[in-house]
Write a protein that binds this ligand. Structure first.
Ligand SMILES: C[S@@+](CC[C@H](N)C(=O)[O-])C[C@H]1O[C@@H](n2cnc3c(N)ncnc32)[C@H](O)[C@@H]1O
Length: 199
C-alpha cells in the first residue's frame, strides 16, 4: 500500500516540499529515508529517528553519498541540540506517531532559529462524520499501525506552537486508487502539505 501511495502521490509531494531545502536542516522521524532522494545534493542534513535500525536503509537511499547525512538516534520530544540551531526542520508522516505531539512541536520550535521554517507532510484529522470515524478507529489503528493516530489536529497544533502557516494544501493521496481501496483508506485523509514559519 505504501509503495502504491508513494508512486501515486507522495513521491511528487516530497519532491515539491524538499526542493526548497537550504541551510542547516534537521529531519525528525526520518525512518528508512523516504525523503533522502529528494534533498538537494548541496544540502547538509541531520536525519533523526528513535530507531537506530533505520540508519542502514537511510544510507542506501542517500544515492551513494553518505557524507550528505548525519544520522542521529533521538525522539522529536527530546532533540539533543541547543536552541536556535536550524534553518529548517522537516517532518513527513511523523507527528501522527510521536508519543507527545505538543512536546515534539515545542522542541521543533526551540531548535529552529527565529524565522526558521517547518516543512511538513502529515495526515491529519478530518471534519464532520469522517473525524468521528477516525476517533472510533484510532485505538485499533494505533495498535496495528505503530502508534499512528489518524485523528490528530496537527495543523492547529503547529499554529498553537508559535508558528504562522505560510503554505497549506490538503489532499487525498488515494484519489487515483480503485474505488474500494480509496473508500477503505478515507479514514487516513486528508493529508496536509505545508510550510510554517517560527514567529
Ligand atoms: C510512518 S514513519 C515515517 C517515516 C518517514 N518520515 C517518511 O516520510 O516515510 C514514522 C517514523 O516516525 C518515527 N517515530 C516514532 N516515534 C517518534 C518520536 N517520538 N520522535 C521522532 N520520530 C518518531 C518512527 O521510528 C518512524 O520512522
Amino acid at each position: 500500500m505504501m509503495t502504491s501511495v508513494e508512486k501515486a502521490s507522495l513521491a511528487a509531494r516530497r519532491c515539491q516540499l524538499l526542493e526548497r531545502v537550504r541551510g542547516r536542516v534537521l529531519e525528525i522521524g526520518g525512518g528508512t529515508g523516504a525523503n533522502a532522494p529528494y534533498y538537494d545534493h548541496g544540502a547538509r542534513l541531520i536525519v533523526s529517528d528513535p530507531d537506530p535500525s533505520m540508519y542502514q536503509p537511510l544510507l542506501e537511499k542517500s544515492l551513494g553519498d553518505s557524507s550528505r547525512f548525519d544520522f542521529l538516534s533521538s525522539t522529536a520530544e527530546a532533540i539533543p541540540f541547543e536552541a536556535n540551531q536550524f534553518d529548517l526542520v522537516v517532518s513527513t508522516l511523523v507527528l501522527c506517531s510521536v508519543m507527545n505531539p505538543t512536546g515534539a512541536m515545542d522542541e521543533i520550535a526551540r531548535v529552529l532559529k527565529p524565522g526558521g521554517k517547518l516543512l511538513f507532510l502529515e495526515h491529519i484529522r478530518a471534519t464532520g462524520k469522517k473525524a468521528y470515524m477516525q476517533d472510533l478507529l484510532q485505538p485499533l489503528w494505533s495498535l496495528i499501525g505503530s502508534g499512528c493516530h489518524p485523528n490528530r489536529r496537527t495543523v492547529s497544533l503547529i499554529r498553537d506552537s508559535g508558528f504562522s502557516i505560510e503554505e497549506l494544501e490538503l489532499f487525498d493521496p488515494f484519489s487515483s486508487f480503485p474505488r474500494p481501496f480509496r473508500f477503505a483508506l478515507q479514514f487516513l485523509t486528508p493529508f496536509a502539505q505545508g510550510v510554517a514559519r517560527k514567529k
